[in-house]
Design a protein around this ligand. Structure first.
Ligand code: ZN
Length: 290
């Protein structure tokens, strides 16, 4: 009897310690000029994201203060003068002492109900996820832009497909004026923002997204399921990235091929042939990150 009691006590302690795992904190600063509907969706999206892709508590080490502010507003000059001056655009930004997420939602996006007004939330959140897993190795110096931005682009598209039924990835990829054939022949240009941000090279990060989708397709050829392949690209690469000095090493360890080999395989693809590389219609983010 006594023995059983001790086991029971241990179980109780064990389960409390699991429950007590600290959750990374976000602080919401939502401008009153945003419509109620947007604010409701923002809250929903943040809840889903934090459940499916929780941010590790180590994120605080890269902020130098616990928790992270999110500022959101409908385009206007100097939306939060009391916190930070002249914020513009959507990004993960920093001032040397801390970092925050900022979301500028354009009036046009709200008026015309462009899905970008929601997908941008998933996009920027995904960068925080990458920063935390990779232990802050997200800059151009540390990781290839096409994996950073292409990953965030494909993820945000998957999110709005699942939750809002909007499929804009195919459309973007078909607009060949937005991105360049250089993706196929000179992919290393897409390792840096500097060398791939000319007009028509990687508009809306579509070229980078194409590269990510080809990588997933190549992984699937090795008998890896679609879910598992996306997990390698969205999650495992960034964990592996934290362990190596160079991204090339993390790439090879995660994907079982060198980046040169991948670029060689990529060169055989055509921009117009999207059928095999678009994510399955019923793929859920929960299946990837579970
Ligand atoms: Zn981005």
């Amino acid at each position: 009897m006594k023995k059983i009691f001790i086991i029971f006590i241990t179980l109780v302690f064990y389960s409390t310690s699991v429950v007590a795992v600290e959750k990374f904190e976000f602080r919401y600063n939502i401008h009153e000029n945003l419509p109620k509907k947007w604010v409701t969706e923002f809250n929903n999206i943040m809840n889903v994201l934090q459940e499916v892709l929780p941010i590790q508590i180590n994120m605080n080490d890269y902020l130098r203060s616990p928790g992270m502010d999110i500022y959101a507003w409908k385009s206007t000059k100097n939306p939060f003068p009391e916190f930070r001056n002249n914020m513009r655009g959507s990004s993960i930004s920093g001032d040397g002492s801390t970092r925050w997420m900022q979301l500028e939602i354009k009036s046009e996006e709200l008026a015309k109900k462009y899905i970008h007004r929601y997908s941008v939330i998933a996009h920027e959140y995904f960068h925080i996820y990458q920063i935390s897993l990779s232990e802050n190795k997200l800059s151009d110096r540390d990781s290839p832009k096409w994996l950073t931005e292409g990953g965030a682009k494909v993820f945000e598209e998957m999110y709005v497909k699942q939750y809002y039924g909007k499929d804009s990835l195919k459309n973007d990829l078909q607009r060949t004026k937005m991105w360049s054939k250089k993706v196929l022949k000179e992919p290393s240009l897409y390792e840096k923002h500097k060398t791939s941000n000319k007009r028509g090279m990687d508009g809306n990060y579509t070229g980078s997204a194409f590269m990510v989708l080809v990588l997933v397709n190549e992984l699937e050829k090795n008998n890896i399921s679609e879910q598992q392949a996306f997990k390698l690209v969205f999650r495992d690469f960034w964990i592996e990235r934290s362990k190596h000095r160079k991204w090339e090493k993390a790439f090879e360890q995660t994907f079982g091929m060198s980046h040169d080999e991948f670029y060689e395989r990529l060169s055989k693809y055509k921009r117009g042939r999207l059928k095999n590389i678009l994510p399955s219609k019923n793929l859920k983010i929960q299946d990837i990150f579970s």
